[in-house]
Design a protein around this ligand. Structure first.
Ligand code: FAD
Ligand code: DHB
Length: 390
């Protein structure tokens, strides 16, 4: 098989690239290791930046999001027994975020690609990329019990943190990395969220976050040990910790309900540079990971793809290579700002196991300062609703 752009991975990055290329009249094939139902039901991120929402609307992917997404004009911070609302609309000149699950975005993108006759091969695992320094790179993959080959002009590795794309070029890449001494236990609960807006809570017993997927479905997170086992977290313990950490400063009781999904995710900050080797381009989690506090992961993947799609359109439609040459540098400027923001939010809101009493006081002073200063709030809000794409 042959195509113009061979895409590894049907996550938000790979699917959006295939869609944007299609709008430019460029052919692509997406190879996805997992089944369609698996990727459509994988619960992950939930917050879309204003720029992501605008892009989905402008490119014809926003119809269901407009109907079902929850537009939020602010979030709450809770710490030291107090609560503060951060009013994004007021601080950013009217911008907002939209709560709409990543799996819903993925469903909308798959539906749009298939309706337009796009090719997504599910249960097609890429095993190798070859000849990326030549003009005819190739992807080897396994599908329906056979080893097959996809010949391309370019390869986009959108295959996530554990994919093969980055590993294939790891020799020439510089890695920048930080691990955190905690993880997040996340649950999806068949229970209404206690508040309409998200609550980020810094509590002596650990961070917790109240989010949602709909007015009937809460998505809740608790700081935990990154090596912890779900066996140590029966439902009663999860609810007890959520009550302790979230019902502070006069906040409402957290309604309980059946827990539909539970997982523990370790946290890291990770970036590789450059995000390109020959005709192979890395995008999304394949190139960078942020700790989740601040919800930047999926939004960063979208930002990379906007730059890559524009670069590939320049090449195929106008025979220009400048966009391809600057792809990595343009993306990395936005990525490092989101890394900084995610690291800062994480550091400000979590309990570090080795924190001294002095560190503790500094952290509370930072929260007190940020929530009490309009310039500091504006900086937080500007980053939270999303910086412009490169
Ligand atoms: P992915 O969504 O990972 O997509 C990569 C795709 O490639 C996958 O479908 C995978 O199956 C496929 N693939 C991998 N290897 C191969 C191969 N060899 N051949 C073919 N296909 C392959 N972000 C937030 O902002 N908030 C959150 O709460 C949050 N929670 C998260 C929880 C978890 C468990 C994880 C892993 C991530 C979470 N993230 C969160 C981050 C966010 O979901 C990611 O940033 C986002 O999914 C990045 O999209 P992507 O398309 O780059 O990668
Ligand atoms: C969600 C995840 C985040 O990391 C975050 O900062 C806010 C919300 C969520 O899954 O809803």
């Amino acid at each position: 098989m042959r195509t113009q752009v061979g895409i590894l991975g049907a996550g938000p990055a790979g699917l959006l690239l295939s869609h944007l290329l299609h709008l430019e009249g460029i052919d692509s094939v997406v190879l996805e290791d997992r089944s369609r139902s698996y990727v459509e039901n994988r619960i992950r991120a939930g917050v879309l930046e204003q720029v992501t929402v605008d892009l989905l609307n402008d490119t014809g992917l926003g119809e269901r999001m407009q109907r079902e997404g929850l537009v939020h004009h602010g979030v709450e911070f809770a710490f030291a027994g107090r609560r503060h609302r951060i009013d994004f609309a007021d601080l950013t000149g009217g911008k907002a975020i939209t709560v709409y699950g990543q799996h819903e975005v993925v469903r909308d993108m798959i539906a749009a690609r298939l309706a337009a006759g796009g090719q997504i091969l599910f249960e097609a695992r890429a095993t190798a990329v070859e000849d990326i320094e030549s003009e005819r790179p190739r992807i080897r993959y396994e599908h329906e019990g056979e080893v097959r080959e996809l010949a391309c002009d370019f390869i986009a590795a959108c295959d996530g943190f554990h994919g093969i794309g980055r590993a294939a070029v790891s020799d020439g890449l510089r890695v920048y990395e930080r691990h955190y001494p905690f993880g997040w236990l996340g649950i999806l609960a068949d229970a209404p969220p206690a508040t309409e807006e998200l609550v980020y809570s810094r509590h002596e017993t650990g961070f917790s976050l109240l989010s949602m997927r709909s007015p009937q479905m809460a998505r809740l997170y608790l700081q935990c040990d990154p090596e912890d086992d779900l066996k140590n977290w029966p439902d009663e313990r999860i609810w007890a910790e959520l009550h302790t950490r979230l019902e502070v400063g006069g906040g409402p009781a957290v309604p309980e309900g059946p827990i539909l999904q539970k997982s523990i995710t370790a946290m890291r900050s990770f970036v590789v540079e450059p995000m390109q080797a020959g005709r192979l381009f890395l995008a999304g989690d394949a190139a960078h990971i942020v700790p989740p506090t601040g919800a930047k992961g999926m939004n960063l993947a979208v930002g990379d793809i906007v730059v890559l799609a524009r670069a590939l359109a320049g090449y195929f439609r106008q025979n220009r290579t400048d966009g391809l040459e600057t792809y990595s540098d343009v993306c990395l400027r936005r990525i490092w700002k989101a890394q900084r923001f995610s690291w800062w939010m994480t550091s400000m809101l979590h309990i570090f196991p080795d924190a001294t009493a002095f560190d503790d006081r500094l952290q509370l002073a930072e929260l007190d300062y940020v929530t009490g200063s309009r310039p500091a709030l504006q900086a937080l809000a500007e980053n939270y609703v999303g910086l412009p794409f490169g």
